[in-house]
Design a protein around this ligand. Structure first.
Ligand code: S3P
Length: 448
């Protein structure tokens, strides 16, 4: 199955000890937001460390289609010359967001309160994902949407010419939905209020404040209430994108399950809304330490050191941690296979509507490699086989999902037999240097 051209099967063979320094790319969430907010500011936003994965490059193209000038200076350094809040031009082509749910949902938000009409599409994974969770609140601003059955892409949004601000309680724990509403609120007069019952990643709030928007956050009985004053003049920024904790998860977890490993992953953001995996691994008994704790750009940052951990135990992951590690459950389930005892992951219904149904995709692949998995609608559990007990030898479908593909490549590093994915091509959406980076640490990956 592929939406990116020819599938590229990949196999991961049992690795020698992994060692060295893993410099993972820039944060995907912050990279999308840097381009979008840069396009909505007036003047030049300078970005260093931008993730140059397909998802983010599609957002860069979209911002150009809306009239912003986006310049790639090389080496992760980019400039965006923004058109200001309310300054978007109507694109004359369909906006193709590829594989990116974050890209399409944030861009829908930022155009929904401008008097322009935009048609969105994506690959077969993205075109199967639910969009009503975003278009429902955008309709409250006055935007109109025509899409396929079930609120799927391709979809056309007619932005509101005279938007009204909204007060919206987000019904699912989703930073994308929250952010889409906030971005729409930028071009609505008055105050837009978003309430989330569970805190999700807060990059939009932090970055909107950084760009000069008036935004406040309060804990109320209903939840975390964010109030944004519309129609600000956003000021261009200089942004150093931190390295992505969700990408750091792969070399960290690979080191934990590969005998003899010792890997340093420097400069990883430990924003509490993103760092849940690392605390969960520590709770399992992983030899994972935070070195050189510091603050960069207002965010806690550390160098992560991960060493082979033969004594990890299965645990019940606290459900209230789910939002802070939602993208990391696939690779956690791989680590759980190498622990002793059962790992229970509950409160994770959102995993079913990611780039793939991640519970289903991982369950199938883990079983193909000899691991016992149980699942329900919003939970799943993995029966650990101990540090050297995972047979491997299976072929897994990646379902156009980068994190599924990378998780099974990690599994192959510690399993008794090689692990294959039918298509590793989606990896470039978020981690274009995955293969050279992991090979540089000692992994044995082959494209068959
Ligand atoms: C993201 C939010 C999360 C996450 C995605 C990035 C973001 O999605 O899974 O990879 O940058 O806002 P949801 O909002 O659907 O939880």
């Amino acid at each position: 199955m592929s939406g990116h051209g020819t599938p590229i099967p990949m196999t991961s063979h049992r690795a020698a000890p992994l060692s060295g320094v893993a410099e993972v790319p820039g944060d995907k969430s912050i990279s999308h937001r840097s381009l979008i907010l840069g396009a909505m500011a007036i003047g030049e936003t300078k970005i260093s460390g931008l993730l140059e994965g397909d998802d983010v490059l599609d957002t860069a193209k979209a911002m150009q289609a809306f009239g912003a000038e986006v310049v790639n200076h090389g080496g992760g350094n980019w400039s965006v010359f923004g058109v200001g809040v309310g300054g978007f031009a109507e694109p004359d082509q369909v906006i193709d967001c590829g594989n990116s749910g974050t890209g399409v949902r944030l861009i829908m938000g930022c155009m929904a309160t401008s008097p322009i009409t935009v048609t969105f599409t994506g690959d077969s994974s993205l075109n199967g994902r639910p969009m009503a969770r975003v278009t429902d609140p955008l309709a409250l601003f006055g935007a109109k949407t025509v899409g396929r059955k079930g609120g799927r892409l391709p979809m056309t949004i007619v932005g509101a010419a005279e938007p009204t601000p909204v007060r919206y309680v987000v019904p699912v724990p989703s930073a994308q939905v929250k952010s889409a509403v906030l971005l729409a609120g930028l071009n609505a007069p008055g105050q837009t209020v978003v309430i989330e019952k569970e805190a999700t990643r807060d990059h939009s709030e932090r970055m909107l404040a950084g760009f000069g928007a008036e935004i406040t956050v309060a804990d109320t009985e209903e939840g975390r209430e964010i109030t944004l004053t519309g129609q600000p003049e956003l000021k261009p920024q200089v942004i150093a994108v931190p390295r992505d904790p969700s990408s750091a998860a792969f070399p960290v977890c690979a080191a934990l399950i590969t005998p003899g490993s010792d890997v340093l992953v420097p400069g990883i953001g430990l924003n509490p809304t993103r760092a849940g995996l690392f605390y969960t691994l520590q709770d399992m008994g992983a030899d994972l330490t935070f070195e050189n704790m510091r603050e960069e750009g207002g965010e806690p940052v550390a160098d992560l050191r991960a060493k082979y951990s033969s004594a990890m135990k299965g645990i019940a992951v606290p459900p209230d941690r789910a939002a802070s590690m939602i993208d990391e459950y696939p690779v956690l389930s791989v680590v759980a296979s190498f622990a002793t005892g059962k790992t229970m992951m509950a409160g994770v219904k959102e995993l079913r509507v990611k780039e793939s149904d991640r519970i289903d995709a991982m369950a199938r692949g883990l079983r193909a490699n000899g691991v016992t998995v149980e699942e329900g609608e919003d939970w799943w559990s993995v029966e650990g086989l101990g540090p050297d007990g995972v047979p491997g030898g299976g072929t897994c479908e990646s379902f156009l999902d980068h994190r599924i593909a990378m998780s099974f490549m990690v599994m192959g590093m510690g399993a008794q037999n090689p692990v294959t994915v039918d298509d590793g091509s989606p990896i470039t959406t978020s981690f274009p240097i995955f293969e050279p980076l992991m090979t540089g640490l000692g992994a044995k990956l082959s494209q068959d």
